[in-house]
Design a protein around this ligand. Structure first.
Ligand code: FAD
Length: 552
């Protein structure tokens, strides 16, 4: 399936015989595809390196049963070309994985991007050569290219993680990670299955695995607040009607807080009467999806208001789950509503009423080991045919730090980020010229509709590169002072909210030893976007733009 480099408009070769390019893009998901489209249009020689066997990123890897987006399909799609929008017919309110993957394949074909992509190729090292003012790009097999610009489109949720349980490799049955699911699917019929983890992927897959398996045992560390998706097939004509509103709808998304135009209630929960609170909560619950985040203006900033929302969801759990002890175990008590990514589910709580489903709280009875036959907790030995790890990702920094990135003076990104990620606007790092991050730490990123944020970053990076090229600028680099000030701002804004107080993958708390920092920017997509536009309008304030060494 791997493409060759032959079709790339290569200027010349490095001493390694590898192509010398204007830009290398790492990753071929939403970000990498759109970057390839934009940078090629700018006239750059471009090559995309993708570790996977095909395009699609998240939607190539996460093929677990029930995988689908939790942003409505119409909003979780590119907006950069009207014909592309009109071309594609989303059939469900929330598109399933296979539909999103088909869409991204369509994008690759429609814009003839495949010729720019080298598949099955994991970039392992990026080294900045100050003399040549280029990046050397290497894989395990050696140098594959050099480039003036490198853009990391490696994804915020692409470094799948399996906890280091003792005996993990001794299990004789089948083992799966939701983020690296077999392409042919898995038939769990008649099996005793374990699912470890109850984050978004667990929540989507558990109801479907429960239907197929003879017995399902769920190992839960942290119960989540799961809102109903109320997913449905879009009625005939509905998609076309929605598409007609598309320009306005997308503008609203861009200006919104979460990158999707949720029906925001301007009122604070604490200012409403109990009756009004209840009526509002029921109304937002009935909308489904992420709407609950917008049910009151102060949900994520006021602990008292947050408790009103959290108590409402807790009551919903008790109303569905028939066994009060199980309901209690499923009820979140150690974090506030919305400060972990709010999962959206279908029949999630109902699944625990099934005869063939058991819920184990690993706080009460920790997993001690994976054994050849199954899982041993402090209380019991369980026998399984399959173990599904729904244990998530080393989020936001995992895929970036998996690459040995060395900038000016050989400084490594791993060293620079040892105490937590630092990036100006979440886009660029001091000491790493001409290297850009898409939806990096310090940008709204995973707190938003990612497609809105990806398009904004790709557009901004493309404009920055065009600006540099037009003015003969060789080095485009964030200044240390601007980076420090931005990191401080991200932190200050985060502490106006309840987010930093919750252990989550937003704070790196799911990875032992990872610095505990709230990584994304919670200032809101609209405000962030305006700020980035102002920086660009001020000739890229906070960046140091340097002429080529030869003419400096
Ligand atoms: C199950 C799941 C559901 C999600 N649902 C939503 C949703 O509903 N709404 C939403 O906004 N977001 C959602 N997300 C987040 C999702 O990741 C983004 O929306 C979006 O797909 C990210 O696109 P991307 O191109 O930036 O990164 P990705 O799609 O992650 O693509 C990155 C690519 O880079 C490749 N790569 C990484 N490192 C290297 C390397 N060193 N060398 C070569 N290739 C490399 C990876 O193989 C991957 O294919 C979800 C994520 C998951 C895991």
């Amino acid at each position: 399936m791997a493409n060759t480099l032959d079709h790339s408009p290569v200027r010349d070769q490095t001493k390694h015989g590898a192509p010398r390019l204007d830009a290398v893009i790492v990753g071929a998901g939403f970000s990498g595809l759109y970057l390839a489209y934009r940078l090629r249009k700018l006239g750059l020689s471009v090559r995309v390196f993708e570790a996977g066997g095909d395009v699609g990123g998240t939607w190539y890897w996460n093929r677990y049963p029930g995988a689908r987006c939790d942003i409505e399909s119409l909003d979780y799609a590119f907006s950069f070309e009207r014909e592309l929008i009109d071309d594609w017919n989303w059939t469900e309110r929330y598109a399933k994985q296979s539909d999103i993957l088909a869409y991204l394949n369509h994008v690759a074909d429609r814009f003839d991007l495949r010729r720019l992509i080298t598949l099955d190729t994991r970039v392992t090292a990026l080294t900045y050569d100050e003399g040549a003012e280029t990046w050397t790009v290497a894989t395990a097999a050696g140098v594959v290219a050099s480039a003036t610009y490198v853009i990391m489109a490696t994804g915020c949720l692409s470094a799948a993680r399996i906890p280091d349980f003792p005996g993990r490799d001794t299990f004789a049955g089948a083992t799966y990670h939701t983020g690296n699911w077999p392409h042919g699917g898995v038939d769990f019929a008649g099996q005793r299955v374990a699912v470890i983890g109850t984050g978004s992927s667990g929540i989507q897959s558990i109801p479907i695995i429960a239907e197929a398996a003879a017995q399902l045992t769920v190992f839960q560390r942290t119960p989540n607040f799961v809102a109903p998706a109320w997913n449905h097939v879009l009625a005939e004509g509905a998609a076309a009607e929605l598409r007609a509103q598309y320009p306005t709808r997308r503008d609203a998304n861009r200006a919104s807080f979460f990158g999707v135009d949720l029906p925001a209630n301007p009122k604070n929960a604490v200012d409403c009467s109990p009756d009004e609170q209840q009526e509002t909560l029921e109304r937002y619950w009935a909308m489904g999806g992420l709407a609950m985040l917008a049910c009151f203006a102060d949900v994520i900033i006021n602990a008292e208001s947050n408790k009103i929302v959290a108590d409402f969801v807790r009551a919903k759990i008790r109303a569905v789950v028939t066994d009060p002890e199980v309901a209690q175990r499923l009820t979140p008590t150690n974090h506030t509503y919305g400060t972990k990514r709010p999962p959206v589910g279908t029949d999630y709580y109902e699944t625990y009423n099934r005869e063939n489903v058991e819920l184990i709280d690993v706080n009460a009875t920790p997993i001690e080991a994976i054994t050849p036959t199954g899982i041993r907790t402090s209380e019991r030995d369980f026998a399984f045919d399959s173990i599904v790890y729904a244990t998530g990702f080393d989020a936001m920094t995992g895929a970036l730090l998996a690459v040995d990135i060395r900038g000016v003076d050989g400084q490594s990104l791993r060293e620079k980020w040892a105490a937590g990620p630092r990036a100006y606007l979440g886009i660029a790092c001091a000491g790493f010229p001409n290297l850009f991050l898409v939806t990096g730490p310090g940008s709204p990123s995973v707190l938003s509709n990612m497609v809105t944020s990806i398009e904004q970053h790709v557009d901004w990076i493309t404009d920055a590169i065009a600006h540099a090229r037009e003015r003969g600028i060789a080095r485009f680099e964030a200044s240390r002072a601007a980076e420090d000030a931005w990191v401080e701002h991200v932190n200050v804004v985060a502490h106006y909210t309840l987010y930093p107080h919750t252990d989550s993958w937003y704070t790196g708390a799911n990875i032992p030893g990872k610095p505990r920092i709230f990584m994304p920017y919670i200032g809101g997509v609209g405000a962030y976007r305006e700020h980035c536009a102002k920086i660009a309008a001020k000739e890229y304030e906070g960046f140091v733009l340097t002429a080529p060494a030869s003419v400096a």
